[in-house]
Design a protein around this ligand. Structure first.
Ligand code: HEC
Ligand code: HEC
Length: 271
């Protein structure tokens, strides 16, 4: 007896600590630094445009059909600790402890001028000097290095031109075409070709950038592009102010597009 079992016990305890991250304290830290950002009242409900004034939680509760879906707060002052623990699991998929600045959680609300990604919810941080940005970054840096996203497959541009753009241009079973509603603005991923029924390189590249925003590379089931026009009975989004082009995921067109989103389709052959 004496020192040896104690050392073994210490080792055992520290192994438990990393295996059971996050502890109650870790969740508390996460609540104070990160969820306070999600809850912060920004004075309004506007979205898009130059600045957005809605709080993150207004869009990112379980109701939205994006991967970043938080619980609906059970109390007026916010989530219970148990809910925060579940939120943590969702949020941990949006961070990269191996390369913290490349975390989607940091890039989405950041202005594209500062290296951010386009975001339906708008731009919250105009630069990396924003104190909120800094607090979230510091939190990610403080975590054990175990939240590393899978490498994302490449979404082929040539296949987009040859096989995806024509889908937007052709109505189906009497439905109106995607292009009728999605030809301009942040959702303008389906522009009408300006000349000769053919998209110029510039038009196609712009459309490709816009559609990328509603794709979760490698994950067809959580890509808004494939959820919105899919019937809710077939696993689609609850709401879409446009038609349901696919009744289920069995639809060969849905499957073709899903393979593309998974990085399995390349080049100009659609069959
Ligand atoms: C007006 C609604 C709205 C608000 C407010 C909003 N978002 Fe979003 N957010 C969206 C939508 C819609 C998407 C999915 C499409 C996209 O990426 O633009 C999204 C996507 C994201 C993603 C990417 C999720 C993924 O699966 O990769 C992150 C991260 C994110 N938002 C963070 C935030 C943060 C942080 C805030 C608050 C500072 C916020 N959002 C506020 C609507 C919103
Ligand atoms: C009648 C007009 C209309 C048509 C046709 C239409 N949509 Fe939409 N779509 C909308 C509107 C309005 C929104 C925004 C509100 C919402 O999410 O429902 C939207 C939202 C979306 C979004 C989510 C964008 C985001 O920021 O997250 C996607 C993806 C989408 N549509 C895909 C499609 C595709 C693909 C087609 C063709 C199969 C299509 N839509 C046809 C009106 C339309």
């Amino acid at each position: 007896m004496g020192l040896v079992p104690l050392a073994a016990l210490a080792m055992f305890l520290s192994a438990c600590a990393s295996a059971s991250f996050p502890s109650a304290d870790d969740v508390e830290t996460y609540r104070n630094t990160v969820e306070s950002v999600f809850m912060a009242d920004r004075g309004g409900t506007m979205s898009g445009g130059e600045r957005s004034y809605a709080s993150c939680v207004m869009c990112h509760t379980w109701q939205t059909d994006v991967r970043f879906s938080l619980e609906r707060p059970e109390t007026n002052s916010g989530w219970t600790s148990e809910q925060s623990r579940r939120n943590f699991d969702v949020v941990s998929q949006l961070i990269n402890t191996d390369d913290p600045e490349n975390s989607r959680l940091l890039l989405k609300p950041l202005d594209s001028v500062a290296g951010g990604l386009m975001h339906t919810g708008g731009t919250y941080w105009t630069s990396r000097d924003d104190p909120e940005y800094g607090a979230v970054l510091e939190w990610i840096q403080s975590l054990p290095n175990q939240y590393i996203p899978e490498p994302e497959p490449e979404i082929d541009f040539e296949f987009f031109r040859a096989c995806v753009q024509p889908v937007f241009q052709t109505g189906r079973e009497g439905q109106i075409r995607c292009s009728r509603c999605h030809s301009s603005g942040l959702n303008g991923f389906a522009p009408e070709p300006q000349r000769d029924n053919e998209w110029s390189d510039e038009e196609a590249e712009r459309a490709y950038r816009l559609i990328s925003r509603v794709i979760a590379p490698g994950n067809a089931e959580q890509s808004r592009f494939l959820l919105k026009p899919l019937h809710p009975d077939g696993g689609g989004a609850y709401t879409h102010n446009g038609p349901r082009r696919w009744q289920s995921r069995e639809d060969p067109e849905w499957q073709m597009l899903a393979e593309w989103v998974r990085g399995e389709r390349r080049g100009g052959s659609c069959s």
